[in-house]
Design a protein around this ligand. Structure first.
Ligand code: F6R
Length: 611
């Protein structure tokens, strides 16, 4: 989703901002813009890629040492040069960039139009710029005070950064529901919507909280509430390195991230799977395990891929710890009758830790007294900070818009939590715990084994590159993997795909099967194997093209399927950590064959900070 970068210091602002915008590309965007202060306000914006903006300004003599830049993901108004940020007041004396949505923009716009303001774009952001101008004009206020007053009048969410030609030595920033951080360098400061654009310049950051506003100058920064109460902020050290956010020789971030999964699953388990003591140690849950065990039910709330991980979690918690679980789309949960209270526990899962709907579900559950536990990847993200307790996935930055390594890390955390609770609840014997811990410990090696030879998956991808539809079937733990496989394909190759529990095929989707329909069957769990064999027979009888993902031992499946990708064997409940890998690769190679923009698929955003 939209990205923000700002700079004030001694370097050329253009370079810092363009670098930052490139690092923000992964969030998904359709246009980009930059504003610098150099003998007045210089404003440049362009629909398309950051590279197009770079071409637009490459021959200009820009010598500014402060400025702001933005990548826009359209919500109000089509992607276009004019709708791109920054936006300005009527006199073009200041420029503003904005992440989020001003919900009452139409009322404000109507009022401002009556007062003589002319709007050039269709965006909600331009309304905020004109509102600041109007307030300053009417109240004879200073610029900072006018920004403050305007923000008190808007409903909705924002992370903003503003520069003014009369105040070349300051950037004003503010946050409500849309993340923003200030990077602290040596005699230079940065502002960004996440840490990726500032890594390499500084590791020191402060995170703004909702309703905070800050003035950043060349000498420092001051943070206060919108109502002028000064806030002293804690300085955090970023754990992110430059190498972590570069491609490392892979053609795409997505492929790099798929291949990292042996390591990321290991990193996720490090210091947590204690084999010699036959136990799981999750420091982030210290003091909360009892509450989890006594919960009337656990509600898992998440969106997209994280929701799929949550579905795997449901099977794991119920099987290993006998705790009832419900999995909710965060976006639906928040608008349902709220029957959650202090007897329930909510687990929110989010790679970015910033997804607006997941955050709203978290807040609703907290308000009603439930314990809320987070499973997040981005350290210091809003969800990570607002939950009572949590477990980080430690998968490192995920830049490819399609989530891969975050999914397997989320499932790993859920497996560790279920094992911890199963042991405490005595639903797992010492013997079963031992067997499962040792299986979990061997997963990274098995992931690497799958990744050692991808030739069969590449071959299948080339045969089905132009298939218009795909069906994915799985049972039990692998039903959510079927959903995830279909989502991956849709997202990056734009092929229509659907995931189903295998037995549901007979209740409708079977009508679609003919000789043109590839059907990916995930057949890796022993206890549902016989049933899945029957499903394959049913597809074969209708001439469907079966691509099976099976474990080494399942010869009957391999015999029946037209194509087979075999993976190492593991315990049934851990198979999603392996079966998801060939599906990620299948969608990746198909998307590459179709010449799709794998890392930044159309219309998608990495972090969905609007509702
Ligand atoms: C799919 C994908 C999305 C996210 C969803 C939730 O590849 O990345 O479906 O899973 O937008 O995002 P987070 O996990 O950041 O809350």
């Amino acid at each position: 989703m939209c990205g923000i970068i700002g700079y004030i210091g001694h370097r050329q602002a253009r370079e810092v901002i363009l670098n930052g915008l490139k690092r923000l590309e992964y969030r998904g965007y359709d246009s980009a813009g930059i504003a610098v202060i150099q003998d007045g306000l210089g404003l440049y914006k362009k629909r398309g890629k950051v590279h197009d903006l770079e071409l637009l300004i490459q021959d200009l003599e820009l010598n500014a040492t402060s400025g702001i830049g933005h990548t826009r993901w359209a919500t109000h108004g089509v992607p276009s040069d004019v709708n791109a940020h920054p936006h300005t007041d009527s006199q073009s004396s200041f420029a503003l960039i904005h992440n989020g949505i001003i919900e009452n923009y139409d009322v404000l716009r109507e009022d401002l139009e009556k007062k003589g303001h002319t709007f050039h774009s269709e965006t909600d952001t331009e309304v905020l710029a004109h509102l600041i101008e109007e307030i300053q004009k009417m109240g004879s206020l200073g610029f900072y005070e006018a920004v403050q007053q305007a923000l008190l009048q808007v409903d909705g969410t924002y992370g903003i950064a503003v520069v003014h030609e009369e105040y070349p030595d300051q950037i004003i920033v503010a946050r409500m529901g849309s993340p923003l951080l200030i990077g602290i360098g040596e005699d230079e400061f940065f502002v960004a919507s996440d840490a990726s654009p500032i890594v390499g310049y500084t590791q020191k950051v402060v995170y703004l909280e909702d309703e905070e506003i800050a003035v950043i100058t060349r000498d420092g920064y001051e943070v206060s509430t919108l109502k002028n109460v000064p806030h002293t902020k804690e300085v955090h050290e970023l754990a992110l390195s430059l190498e972590q956010i570069e491609k490392g020789g892979f053609p795409h971030f997505m492929l790099k991230e798929i291949f990292e999964q042996g390591d990321t699953i290991s990193d996720c388990m490090r210091g947590r799977v204690i084999l010699n003591e036959n136990r799981i140690q999750l420091g982030g849950l210290d003091g909360y395990v009892d509450k989890l065990l006594k919960a009337r039910r656990i509600i898992i709330a998440a969106c997209g891929t994280s929701w799929h991980a949550g579905l795997v979690g449901e099977y794991l918690f119920e099987y290993l710890a006998h705790i009832p679980v419900e999995v909710e789309y965060a976006s639906e949960f928040r608008y349902r009758e709220q029957l959650i209270d202090e007897n329930d526990v909510m687990i929110v899962i989010s790679q970015s830790g910033e997804t607006a709907d997941t955050l709203a579900a978290l807040r609703e559950a907290k308000k009603r007294g439930a314990l809320v536990i987070g499973i997040c990847n981005v350290v210091g993200s809003t969800i990570a900070r607002e939950t009572h307790a949590g477990v980080y996935t430690h998968a490192g930055p995920e830049i490819g818009v399609a989530s891969t390594k975050a999914f397997t890390a989320q499932v790993t955390v859920l497996a560790m939590m279920a094992l911890l609770l199963g042991k405490e609840n005595r639903t797992l014997s010492e013997e079963s715990m031992k067997e499962l811990l040792s299986e979990l410990d061997s997963i990274p090696e098995k992931v690497n084994e799958i990744l050692k030879d991808t030739s069969e998956i590449e071959r299948i991808a080339s045969l089905f590159t132009y298939a218009p539809n795909f069906l994915y079937l799985g049972r039990s733990y692998n039903f959510p993997v079927a959903l995830e496989g279909a989502l991956k394909l849709k997202e990056i190759s734009y092929i229509h795909a659907e995931g189903y529990p295998a037995a549901e095929m007979k209740h409708g989707p079977i009508a679609l099967i003919d000789e043109h329909m590839p059907v990916v069957v995930i057949a890796a769990t022993d206890h549902t194997n016989e049933k899945i064999v029957s499903n394959i027979e049913e597809v074969n009888a209708r001439k469907g093209r079966v691509i099976s993902i099976t474990s080494n031992g399942q010869s009957s499946v391999n015999r029946l399927a037209e194509f087979s990708v075999t993976i190492p064997e593991t315990h049934d409940c851990l198979t999603p950590l392996l079966t998801s890998i060939p599906l990620q690769l299948l969608s990746y190679y198909i998307a590459v064959n179709r010449k799709c923009d794998v890392d930044q698929p159309r219309n998608l955003a990495k972090s969905v900070t609007v509702e």
